[in-house]
Write a protein that binds this ligand. Structure first.
Ligand code: ATP
Ligand code: MG
Length: 555
């Protein structure tokens, strides 16, 4: 462990620095990331992962991955697998420290017995309704259960028989004996074990009683020697119970629970309940749908781990809840890809162009730089020929004054190629434009005599003969409103996915390995879909457009 103090950038580091000074945990820093395997990880979890693994790394400490699998009814190995993949993809390692709360079921049971023996827990037969009645309210104290003063022997007998499956689900619970008059409702004799006949993804049918989170969590932390147990703010009121459990059981060097504000994003739902509903109701194609805020969705969308880490760094760690603009996340991937992604040309909604004075049957190779921000990226050849495609929106027959794209009698430059001029517009019987006939200036390509002429517009294009037909998916936010987590604002965006099937891309893009990211000139950043993209049938997802509304707003 390093003794050098790390300059604190957040309140959690302040606490750790102080603990290192006083030697509170013997100079150790040991955190954990404790997901419940009841869904895929999302960008909010990424914040927690960066905080837990990142803090441990900074202090040369350790961070465990622990599956908090104490609620068998909603948990599954599919989630266990995806969580490991996502943490690794973000670039973090738990080394050999992957644990399961279910791995402590024996120990947790023994602790229950110990609490009973110490007179600190009892078996209660109240029904759920009665228990609610007895619990009291924020302004009124609760009432003690009539079963609260059972003898230790009776409690031990009943708890054993609960474990042995002698009682029906929900008929009895084990409760901590704390204080029904406490102003903190969490301390009013909370339930610590319940009877539930559900097959557990790891322990199968071994158990028919399962520990509650508030009880299992502090014990799991203590067993693993966790020093700083970082969780989200809603657990602040649970901290006295966390401490009570550890104190009642006599653990030494007790972990300290520290709360931070969870991440909320505009136009995004983050609770697993909502995310699962989207998947189960078929509103998205799965947990990894590129519109989902899940790590797997962001990955498929084309986000890089670096951009997510950068985002988590920028949002920082605070003690009060707030909502971050999703535009800021987009800014992070834009910056990352602007530096890294190769450029390419793709025409999403093609309009045919014929260069009338270009020799029929001729093709030529033109030099195209791969990334103007990165000299090392080099260049590639793009093929030019008499028939090309440009974007439909890059041509206008009756253009307003400041339209600098293609319009009759106005010149535009084709990127990496020549200057062209519209000579004639061909329409079908219904009056739709089907082709634009142009002339080109043979001296205007790079290095040519007229290449330096000032032309306002530059268009991207593909060669008709060489381009590869592709599917391109464009995305918008899944939710229309800023705060869809609020029930009244939960409105799905009917236009969150637009699939274009007649796009044309330059051949080098079609050859991309699945998962490769590009900037399509003037169209944004795109990724060759990790699942569906093939050379013969290319499929690209738009990661993000080029316009950076977030950076603009910061100016
Ligand atoms: P949900 O309530 O939707 O099921 P959860 O918070 O219970 O989500 P867990 O799997 O228990 O999900 O979360 C694992 C860890 O990730 C916890 O420590 C939790 O505090 C943290 N976490 C979850 N959501 C967020 C978020 N939006 N921002 C920051 N941390 C989060
Ligand atoms: Mg949870």
């Amino acid at each position: 462990m390093s003794n050098e103090e790390i300059v604190s950038t957040n309140f959690i580091q302040n606490i750790i620095n102080e603990d290192l000074k006083t030697g509170k945990h013997g100079q150790r820093v040991h955190t954990r990331f404790p997901p419940e395997p009841n869904g895929y990880l999302h960008i909010g979890h990424a914040k927690s992962i960066c905080l837990n693994f990142g803090t441990a790394k900074e202090y040369q400490g350790m961070c465990n991955l622990r599956f908090d699998d104490t609620n068998p009814s909603k948990e599954d190995v599919e989630y266990v697998d995806s969580i490991q993949e996502d943490v690794k993809w973000l670039g973090f390692s738990w080394d050999d420290r992957m644990f399961y709360a279910s791995g402590y079921f024996d120990k947790l049971y023994e602790c229950g017995v110990e609490l009973i023996k110490k007179g600190k827990a009892f078996v209660c037969d109240l029904t759920a309704d009665q228990m609610r009645e007895y619990r009291g309210t924020l302004t009124e104290p609760g009432k003690e259960s009539p079963y609260r003063n059972r003898s230790i022997e009776e409690n031990l007998d009943l708890f054993t028989r609960m474990k042995n499956g002698e009682f029906a689900d929900g008929s009895r619970v084990l409760r901590a004996k704390i204080d029904m008059a406490s102003p903190n409702i969490n301390l009013r004799d909370p339930i610590i074990y319940r009877i539930l006949r559900a097959k557990h993804h790891r322990t199968g049918d071994t158990w028919c009683i399962y520990p509650m989170y508030d009880y299992a969590h502090p014990i799991s932390d203590a067993i693993e020697g966790i020093t700083h147990s970082i969780c989200t703010l809603e657990f602040e009121d649970h901290r006295p119970l966390y401490d009570w459990v550890l104190e009642a059981l006599g653990f030494e060097d007790r972990p300290q629970q520290i709360e931070f504000a969870r991440l909320n994003l505009t136009n995004t739902v983050m609770s697993k309940r909502h995310l699962r509903a989207l998947v189960e109701e078929g509103k998205v194609s799965g947990w990894d749908d590129p519109r989902m805020p899940t790590i797997s969705g962001l990955r498929r969308r084309g986000y890089t781990p670096e951009s997510i880490l950068d985002f988590c760094e920028r949002i920082g760690i605070a003690k009060s809840n707030s909502t971050v603009e999703v535009a800021m996340l987009e800014h992070c991937i834009r910056e990352d890809l602007n530096a890294k992604a190769y450029r390419g040309m793709a025409v999403l909604r093609p309009l045919k162009i014929v260069i009338v004075n270009y020799p029929e049957g001729q093709t030529e190779e033109l030099e195209a730089e791969n990334n103007p921000n990165d000299e090392a990226a080099g260049s590639r050849k793009v093929l030019f020929s008499r028939e090309l495609y440009i974007e439909q929106e890059d041509f206008m027959e009756d253009a307003p004054k400041k339209y600098f794209r293609l319009t009759p009698n106005q010149e535009v430059r084709l990127k990496f190629a020549y200057i062209i001029k519209c000579e004639e517009v061909i329409k079908d019987e219904a009056g739709n434009i089907v082709e634009v006939r142009c002339s080109y200036d043979p001296e205007s390509k790079s290095g040519g005599a007229t290449s330096g002429r000032k032309i306002k517009g530059t268009l991207h294009w593909v060669s008709a003969q060489h381009a590869v037909k592709s599917t391109v998916r464009l995305y918008d936010y899944l939710f229309i409103n800023d705060n869809p987590e609020d029930e009244n604002s939960y409105v799905l965006n009917p236009n969150s996915l637009e699939t274009l099937t007649d796009c044309l891309v330059e051949p080098s893009l079609a050859e991309a390995a699945p998962g490769t990211r590009y900037q399509f000139l003037r169209q944004g950043y795109f990724v060759a879909d990790a699942v569906e993209h093939t050379k013969e049938k290319p499929v690209f997802n738009r990661v993000v457009g080029l316009r950076d509304s977030w950076a603009k707003a910061q100016k």
